[in-house]
Design a protein around this ligand. Structure first.
Ligand code: 3UK
Length: 535
């Protein structure tokens, strides 16, 4: 029995026959019928006597588990009593990564409502799409980011009420919360009640809302973290991905709390800021994207990073050159993992001992993965095809026909071209729609990027196919040079020869253009389609 009074989410799940197959074949993935993820991740700790331990730091505060619990409980009272939120309502969350935002997230879980967290960089137009698609009735918004949401609200009457947090206003969230009790009885949600809708913009067009249950939030804590990360209660997590990106939600909030550890939430986490913060807070576990590790590596010597013991890379393929660079700079073996918003978190990865630079890893315990050919058949080792995954979590788009494109015969198709090597490791090739076909050859842009990144003059690069009369497409590289390098014809030749000497010569970039920066999404992904458009 659902606890939702507002049945919008359940009513807009895809029809059962369009769901991926769900597998729960680990003993720790047997879930009771009723489950509220806030009880498991937050309330459990004070009950176990762990309430005085540090939990969240940042945004000008430092909270123990007990304090976070009290904050979340008070906000839950505000949601229910002041805003009239009922179980199943969608509540939009907007803010930089802070403990206050995390408290709002838990308050929404406790009230049995559905969290719709949004990227801080979204503008009114994109916020409006989310409000409409998820029929969001209420919002909690960091006062510093109120403007764009207010502009969106003016266009979208579905959003009835917004409360601002990190504000001193008498009508602000903090003032209201202060008047509420520190105890709250969590709504007794069903394990398969929707807990969050995570939006993913993909490359272009209308954002897709992915729906995840209370059970899913706990499932991801029991798969990748204990098998690949192995963090402990004494760890201090830190990193850059926004909590609105499920990479950040898991890595910086759910996973540390699932082991009773603490986490540092940074409002700004540029490579410089992240390095300084690791040193300042003596952080031990870091989550960020491959480009961020690459940008940090040359500056590692300027900071005291002795505390750091585990580093996780996800969001984009990790080139072997970046893996090596980080190891040289810090001695730490990066843990790579591919995740997706549709599956909530990482499903192919490895631990430090299992690292194989250039490969993403193997299926995380709890998940199964294979590579499928055009006819949906499982391909043998060495052949490139479509990556297919299933596990305890999977794709359920909110009212969206694109569901039919993501799920095939029970498998989630992530849109990535992969091969599996003889040892069972999955090796990333490209996004399926980003394969370059030149002179009859299939060329994966990221392979050429990896080759270029091994050259000391190259800071960043992006490789795409551009139209060519003779070859159909040619390989073109957009290169950002390291400081002090001059992008002239001689360097073009040097880089071309360097690639030819590293990988099959037909893959070398026939065109190279030097750029000051590359276009990226708010989650840090290279926008190859924009490079294509601009050439
Ligand atoms: C790409 C990777 C190669 C890949 C995410 C960790 O990135 C996340 O979710 P998104 O929905 O994008 C999914 C797509 O991103 N990708 C991500 N990680 C890797 N490609 N190697 C990797 N290590 O194309 C995938 O299909 O934004 C990552 C955890 C949670 C996430 N949501």
């Amino acid at each position: 029995m659902s606890a939702h009074i507002d049945t919008f989410a359940r009513d807009h799940l895809p029809p059962a026959e369009q769901w991926p197959e769900l597998v729960f074949d680990l003993p720790e993935l047997q879930f009771p019928a009723r489950l509220n993820c806030a009880t498991e991740l937050l309330d459990r700790w004070p009950e176990l006597g762990h309430g005085k331990q540090p939990c969240l730091r940042g945004g000008g505060v430092e909270w123990t588990y007990e304090q976070l619990q009290a904050e979340a409980n008070r906000i839950a009272h505000v949601l229910v009593e002041d805003l009239g939120v009922v179980p199943g309502n969608r509540v939009l969350l907007r803010g930089a990564n802070t403990p206050q935002l995390a408290a709002c997230w838990f308050a929404v879980m406790k009230a049995g409502a559905i969290a719709v967290a949004t990227m801080p960089l979204l503008r009114a137009k994109e916020l409006g799409q989310v409000l409409q698609k998820a029929e969001v009735s209420h919002a909690l918004c960091d006062a510093a980011l109120a403007e764009e949401l207010q502009a969106a609200q003016a266009q979208c009457p579905v959003l009835k009420q917004t409360l601002l947090f990190r504000s001193t206003a008498p009508e602000g969230l903090e003032a209201r919360a202060a008047a509420k009790p520190a105890q709250f009885k969590n709504v007794d949600t069903a394990a398969d009640d929707v807990a969050l809708i995570a939006f993913t913009s993909g490359t272009t067009g209308q954002p897709k809302g992915t729906m995840h249950f209370h059970r899913d939030v706990i499932a991801i804590c029991r798969c990748w973290p204990p098998h690949c990360l192995r963090a402990e209660a004494s760890d201090v997590f830190i990193g850059s991905p926004p909590l609105a990106f499920t990479f950040g939600l898991g890595g910086l909030l759910l996973f540390p709390m699932s082991v009773g550890a603490s986490t540092v939430l940074l409002e700004k986490a540029s490579p410089d800021a992240l390095l300084a913060a690791i040193a300042q807070h003596r952080a031990t576990v870091c989550f960020t994207a491959p480009t961020s590790y690459r940008a940090m590596a040359p500056q590692v010597g300027n900071f005291d990073l002795k505390s750091l013991r585990k580093c996780v890379s996800a969001g984009e393929a990790l080139p072997a050159a970046t893996h090596a660079l980080w190891k040289q700079a810090t001695g730490i073996e990066l843990i790579d993992g591919i995740g997706a918003t549709e599956l909530l978190h990482i499903f192919i990865s490895h631990d430090e001992a299992g690292a194989k630079p250039g490969a993403t890893g193997r299926a995380v315990p709890g998940y199964r993965a294979c590579v499928l050919g055009d006819e949906g058949q499982v391909l043998p080792a060495g052949q490139v095809g479509r990556l297919a995954v299933k596990g305890p979590t999977g794709c359920r788009y909110l009212a969206d026909d694109r569901q039919l494109g993501y799920v095939l015969n029970g498998w989630n198709l992530t849109g990535d071209a992969y091969l599996q090597d003889e040892a069972g490791y999955f090796v990333y090739q490209a996004r399926t729609d980003d394969m370059i076909i030149s002179g009859g050859y299939n060329i994966a842009g990221p392979e050429v990027e990896s080759a270029l990144l091994a050259h000391p003059a190259v800071a960043e690069c992006g490789v795409v196919g551009v139209p060519d009369e003779e070859r159909g497409q040619i390989v073109k590289a957009f290169v950002v040079l390291r400081e002090g390098q001059v992008g002239d014809a001689a360097l073009v030749k040097t880089l071309q020869d360097f690639v030819k000497a590293t990988i099959a010569p037909y893959k070398y970039p026939r065109a190279i253009e030097f750029r000051a920066t590359l276009p990226r999404t708010e989650t840090g992904k290279l926008q190859r389609f924009r490079l294509k458009q601009s050439s």
